[in-house]
Design a binder for this molecule. Structure first.
Ligand SMILES: Cc1cc2nc3c(=O)[nH]c(=O)nc-3n(C[C@H](O)[C@H](O)[C@H](O)COP(=O)(O)O)c2cc1C
Length: 204
């Protein structure tokens, strides 16, 4: 199955992974999908609900979207039931431009993560999105990645460095972002009070 149509190209695609637990509870989180020579891989850090669900049910859907708010909410919030629709009982995001349902096979365990090989089962393309690159959107994604890793980092200098980077991304969002990107940055700030730096820029 060629997944370019659905928006997964060579390299790492940032998507929102939806999964379900054995008891049927849906979950969504941003995840980087690696596409290399027709192979699809994900590296899942230990401790996430996404990883627990994949171990339990061995399935995951990659939801392709350019909605910056959805990325931040999926990272820091629990999405309510009305964000999902069900495909044969499996949760996918209603607002996704496309989604691809994968079977997940365990490859190896590493110190901090598990690696899985993915095999596409089926895909649905809802919207063929053509969108020019927006630096504000990319900056939201970079800031959100840093924010999800901030809690794990122990080194104070590294933390300081991360805060400076987030400050830089917040400036790019202010300058280049649209309504969605600016809202996403406000949600990120709300969810991560650690980044005092963001509040300075947004509220200052
Ligand atoms: C853009 C983006 C990409 C991410 N990629 C990954 C990834 O590839 N693997 C991973 O384990 N976590 C990744 N994360 C972090 C998870 O989304 C984050 O830990 C999330 O809170 C996990 O949620 P869950 O516990 O509901 O699964 C990423 C975060 C962002 C914002």
């Amino acid at each position: 199955m060629d997944l370019k149509e659905a928006g997964l190209c060579e390299g790492i695609s940032e998507v929102i992974a939806t999964t379900r637990s054995a008891s049927g509870v849906p979950n969504a989180a941003p995840i980087g999908f690696l596409t290399r020579e027709g192979n699809y891989l994900v590296k899942l850090y230990k401790g996430s609900q996404t990883l627990n669900n994949i171990i339990e049910t061995k399935k995951l859907a990659a939801n392709v979207t350019d909605d910056a708010v959805l990325f931040v909410k999926a990272a820091f919030d629990t999405l309510s039931a009305n964000f999902y629709s069900l495909f044969q009982g499996f949760p996918v995001l209603k607002e996704a431009n496309s989604w691809i349902l994968f079977k997940c096979d365990f490859i190896e365990e590493r110190v901090e993560s598990f690696l899985f090989q993915l095999t596409p089962i089926t895909a649905e393309v809802n919207k063929k999105g053509v969108r020019a690159i927006n630096r504000g959107f990319n900056a939201v994604i970079e800031a959100a990645i840093l924010a999800t890793r901030y809690g794990i980092v122990k080194d104070e200098r590294e933390k300081e460095e991360m805060q400076k980077m987030v400050e830089g991304y917040a400036e790019i969002v202010e300058k280049c972002g649209g309504r969605k990107e600016k809202e996403a940055m406000r949600v990120l700030h709300e969810k991560t009070t650690r980044f005092h730096v963001i509040s300075t820029i947004i509220e200052g």
